[in-house]
Design a protein. Structure first.
Length: 605
């Protein structure tokens, strides 16, 4: 008796929660008015779909798992989101469902239709069972039908009976209409769809028990190998990827692999694994400057969004939480799918930039290029290029890395020594007495992370020419020597700076003892575009040159251009408005050849 009462209560509860067919509803931008005769038919189907809570919940959970993927595909393809309920009608979201007419997969394609929609169907691969590929195929097929009708409801009907059959029955006047009636004469397939939409619309809201994330694979690989890489049960991975019928993923195109993850990160069923051969490299990736995340564990670095990992996550989980494709997450963070993510470490949700906002970084113990790349949001390949590093070159603690421009060949800082022009301290110039001895320039070596720049209170070196200076920044100024026994003061306040090849904003700001962001503000600069040789920068918003007694002589006319891979002698000549003949004379060249890294002297006219 108690059992009967319990069953009666459960049935009554289910009946009470059964959705009711409304008089009006929206579908793909069309307002549908449902007449009473049609409402009764549709309600019977809704009641049947919700009769068994167990079976209803199974379908609803599948929908919660797969709908986010379908929604994204339909958004990309430009198909109304409402069509996602059609997949429940077609296959109940069973990947290997087969109909009596031999239609297969999530969207129940026959082989010839699937191939026409761009899916691969053969003995090895059947993309009708791949939710991403099949959903793209379904979207294309629906759009193709809508092309004939300009009416999404008829496109829905044509999904079952074909566009040709619908064209014979649909009135042309209903093209592009915004209001339609559903009656007992409406095609059964459409009414069956409306029953599924009404029955499941509320039941599929909220997070599901299980989620899947996508991984774009472009290499030959078996599902067994992939399961080992990400430390997931092989059978579980295969169950979600039945489209790879032999368990092998070919490389003829990009295939999206579904990787199941728990709906609750704290209740994760995927153990974090790391291959012994990569443990040392992965461990080094944990080194980074601390980041204070915003709400949701997100912040920005170098203007790019990043997410902070929490305990128990791996790349798959973290990419899923971030809402981006796993392949993109791995590529943007220079990771492999088997790499471990470290709690508190930040990971990028967009492609890193080619330059950092800072100019230099001093390497700390335990840091590698990956850690520096993550700290400043700059691509590893650019770091290698800027610092002239080979694929196998390692960085060392104390070494200074260039983050936004290429390090000159002779600026070796911690790796070597850089030649710098210095004044011979044995020869001095007495400003008060007017000593007419010109200090000589001698070459010496110092250990320096960046080109040596005089402090703001350093008096300018008095010299007609300087040929030993390796720093591209013009730190040497030429002024007229005062007459003997004359006493005067000179104050130089420059109002602008002409950018030299190889210079950075940081170096220029350091040279004039001003802030980098001041330079940016005064000159309305875009940090991502950087600065270019020959560009004139204001050094203040309102500043004049003040000279007491004698004017300041012009800056040295010589500039240096470092040859890039795309340069020719002709292109360099055009860039600076000089002739090839002049370039050859100034640089003692006997032919027109140039080499990458070669420094070419250009005299301003």
């Amino acid at each position: 008796m108690k059992i009967f009462a319990a069953l009666f209560f459960a049935t009554s509860l289910a009946a009470a929660q059964t959705p009711q067919v409304p008089h009006k509803m929206e579908f793909a931008g069309i307002t549908l008015t449902i007449r009473d005769d049609a409402r009764r038919e549709i309600q019977k189907d809704v009641d049947a779909l919700t009769l068994s809570p167990k079976h209803f919940n199974i379908k609803a959970e599948r929908a919660k798992t797969y709908f986010p993927i379908i929604e994204k595909v339909f958004e990309e393809e430009g198909v109304p989101d409402d069509f996602k309920y059609l997949v429940l009608q077609e296959s109940a979201l069973i990947a290997d469902a087969v109909s009596s007419s031999n239609a297969v997969g999530f969207w129940q394609f026959k082989d010839f239709t699937a191939i026409e929609m761009g899916l691969r169907v053969d003995k090895e691969i059947d993309e009708r069972m791949n939710i991403v590929s099949a959903s793209h195929g379904a979207a294309k097929y629906i759009k193709k039908n809508n092309f004939y009708f300009n009416n999404w409801l008829y496109a829905l009907q044509a999904y079952q009976m074909g566009a040709g059959a619908v064209l014979k029955t649909s009135p042309e006047a209903e093209s592009g209409v915004k209001h339609m009636e559903i009656t007992s004469k409406t095609y059964w397939y459409v009414k069956k769809y409306l029953a599924h939409k009404i029955a499941f619309e509320e039941g599929v809201k909220g997070p599901g028990q299980w989620r899947v994330t996508t991984y774009e694979n472009r290499n030959k690989k078996t599902l067994s190998d992939l399961a080992k890489e990400i430390s997931i049960d092989e059978e579980q991975l295969k169950n979600h990827n039945k489209w790879a019928k032999s368990g092998f993923i070919p490389d003829d195109r990009m295939y999206v692999v579904l990787i199941p993850v728990s709906g609750n990160v704290s209740d994760m069923h995927l153990p974090v694994a790391m291959a012994n051969s990569t443990s040392q490299a992965v461990a080094s990736k944990s080194m980074n400057a601390p980041v204070t995340p915003s709400k949701g564990g997100r912040t920005k670095i170098n203007g790019l969004p990043v997410i902070v990992a929490v305990a128990g996550e791996n790349p798959t989980i973290l990419a899923g939480r971030a809402g981006i494709a796993l392949a993109d997450f791995l590529k943007w963070n220079d990771l492999s799918i088997s790499d471990r993510v470290n709690p508190g470490q930040h990971y990028f949700l967009a492609k890193k930039r080619t330059r950092a906002a800072e100019a230099y970084h001093k390497v700390l113990p335990g840091e590698d290029l990956w850690a520096v790349s993550q700290q400043y949001g700059v691509q590893i390949k650019k770091l290698k290029k800027y610092n002239r590093l080979g694929s196998d070159d390692a960085i060392k603690p104390g070494e200074t890395l260039w983050l936004s421009s290429k390090r000159p060949k002779d600026a070796k800082d911690a790796i070597g020594q850089v030649a710098v022009a210095e004044v011979d301290s044995s020869q001095t110039f007495t400003w008060e007495s007017g000593n007419d001895v010109t200090p000589s320039i001698v070459s010496t070596t110092v250990s320096a992370p960046v080109p040596v720049i005089p402090e703001p209170d350093t008096k300018p070196v008095l010299s007609d020419t300087v040929k030993n200076v390796q720093d591209p920044i013009p730190v040497v100024q030429t002024v007229d020597l005062p007459e003997k026994d004359s006493i005067f003061t000179i104050e130089v306040k420059k109002t602008e700076h002409i950018v030299q090849a190889g210079e950075t904003l940081y170096a220029i700001a350091h040279l004039y003892n001003i802030g980098v962001m001041d330079l940016v503000h005064w000159n309305d600069l875009n940090l991502q575009e950087g600065i270019k040789p020959g560009q004139i920068l204001k050094l203040s918003e309102n500043q004049d040159v003040v000279v007491s007694s004698k004017p300041v002589a012009e800056e040295p006319r010589e500039i240096v251009h470092e040859v890039k891979s795309s340069d020719t002698l002709y292109s360099v000549a055009r860039k600076y408005g000089v002739t090839i003949k002049e370039l050859m004379e100034w640089n003692g060249k006997k032919d027109f050849s140039v080499t990458v890294g070669e420094k070419i002297r250009i005299l301003r006219k």
